[in-house]
Design a protein around this ligand. Structure first.
Ligand SMILES: CC(C)(COP(=O)(O)OP(=O)(O)OC[C@H]1O[C@@H](n2cnc3c(N)ncnc32)[C@H](O)[C@@H]1OP(=O)(O)O)[C@@H](O)C(=O)NCCC(=O)NCCS
Length: 418
């Protein structure tokens, strides 16, 4: 019988052994590497949102993961979201349902604590989708020549940032969190820990009167291995609050053109190709009839609703696009059966009112928890789910109204790596 419990620090080396085998790509091989990871865990444990959990059979550790108590923006509401990371199972105990038991425990752990979402980065989306997690939005990797970025009038407010600037930087980040669904708040403690741990990254910010209005965290990446002066800049985090801040950051990058081959951006911005003079990347690929490859997109972050009923309580002040209709919503959840839900919600001028199970409804919508999780956050439209056959509607002539009900201006974004 598998039992999930917090890993005492005395067992952390066993966890690191399992982790090292589960992620050989990270390169934790020597005793020194393992010591380094242990030290890293010790430092990171100062971030009280993190906890280490293990699956035990007797006293044997079979696998584990790290849980994160995150605060996430959900349409302007700050909600608890349980993050899951570093999932690993001992090579000799794979396919014994260790991950499944851990996953169920984790979901229940956060459901009991009234968290709204579970959130994770999947090693394989299908593995977690069958456990009810829905995909968020895609992220795009651009490789732009510095000279193709707009050169503005000035970069006079741009300067390197140090550890003492982490508060102002983090305030800028958290103001951005306040404006975007899916974003996770960052603590100053963790920001400083990450600053100390990131040896090769550079921090540049746009500061006006002591306030950081935009910043970029970047590192250099080697271009042609046989040419040491061929280098790219890889931007791992970029936030800007005003067009002026963006312009100064871009002007800073533009002025690196004589030394830097490409600027690599990872962005959630679906419109970014409109901003760059020549958005083509360095692949030279052309798709029919004449589409120049500009960026490569990926799927990643996944969200899972932990309590479907609770969602409509949290969103009691949310405006579902002014719609008025009476909806019966059936959300199937085979992995977390207590969340199998059949709800009646009356929307009046966009406001949701939860009714009793047998209250009248104009239309019934039925879908599974993974798709519902993506839908409620605006990561996918109902029209698509209906076309794919994933959402069933009792009266299909309600499709457009139901689509509008769940439509959002923006897709959810998340830049927190964990
Ligand atoms: C990926 C990894 C964690 C899987 O661990 P595992 O313990 O072997 O996985 P499990 O045995 O629990 O397999 C998942 C089970 O859940 C079951 N399951 C999934 N969804 C389910 C659902 N909705 N209802 C019931 N069961 C479900 C699957 O069917 C499977 O069981 P089966 O093999 O009997 O079909 C492990 O291989 C590993 O450590 N990999 C390397 C590191 C890694 O990539 N980690 C993930 C990081 S995000």
């Amino acid at each position: 019988m598998n039992k999930v419990k917090k890993i005492p620090f005395t067992d952390i080396e066993k966890f690191i052994d399992i982790l090292a085998d589960a992620y050989p790509g990270i390169g934790i091989t020597t005793p020194e590497d393992k010591k380094r990871v242990k030290e890293r865990f010790r430092k990171r444990s100062k971030d009280k949102r993190m906890s280490w959990w293990g699956v035990y059979r007797g006293s044997e550790l079979l696998g584990g993961a790290i849980f994160y108590d995150f605060t996430m923006n959900f349409f302007g509401n700050k909600v608890l979201a349980g993050g899951l990371g570093t999932v690993c199972v001992s090579l000799v105990h794979k396919k014994e349902h260790v991950a499944r038991d851990l996953m169920r425990f984790y979901l229940r752990h956060y459901r009991k604590r009234e968290a709204t979402f579970s959130v994770l980065w999947p090693f394989r989306p299908d593995f977690y989708k069958q456990m009810g997690c829905g995909l968020g939005s895609t992220n795009h990797v651009y490789k732009v020549k510095p000279a193709d970025l707009p050169r503005g009038k000035s970069k006079k407010n741009v300067r390197f940032l140090g550890k003492a600037d982490m508060k102002a930087l983090n305030d800028c980040y958290n103001r951005y969190v306040d404006r975007h669904t899916g974003m996770i708040e960052e603590t100053l403690v963790n920001r400083k820990i990450r600053f100390d741990l990131s040896k090769e990254t550079k921090f540049v910010g746009v500061e006006k009167k002591g306030r950081i209005e935009g910043y970029m965290i970047f590192s250099f990446v080697r271009g042609n291995a046989a040419n040491f002066v061929d280098n790219h800049i890889k931007v791992s985090e970029m936030i800007y609050e005003t067009p002026e801040a963006l312009s100064e950051l871009m002007t800073f990058l533009h002025t690196q053109a004589d030394q830097i081959n490409r600027i690599i951006f990872h962005t959630d911005d679906p419109d970014f190709y409109h901003y760059v003079k020549d958005p083509r990347n360095d692949s030279g690929n052309l798709a029919e009839p004449v589409y120049h490859e500009s960026h490569v997109s990926g799927v990643g972050i996944m969200f899972r609703v932990l309590n479907t009923r609770q969602i409509f309580g949290i969103l009691e002040k949310h405006n579902f696009n002014g719609q008025t209709l009476r909806l019966k919503l059936n959300v199937r959840d085979s992995f977390l059966r207590e969340n199998n839900s059949s709800l009646v919600i009356h929307f009046e001028d966009g406001r949701p009112f939860l009714k009793t199970k047998n209250a009248a409804a104009d239309v019934t919508l039925e879908l599974n928890i993974a798709d519902f999780s993506s839908l409620i956050l605006g990561a996918v439209g109902l029209r698509s789910l209906f076309q794919y056959g994933f959402a069933r509607i009792s009266k299909p002539d309600y499709l457009n109204r139901l689509h509008r009900l769940f439509a959002t201006e923006e897709k959810p974004i998340c830049t927190t790596s964990f």
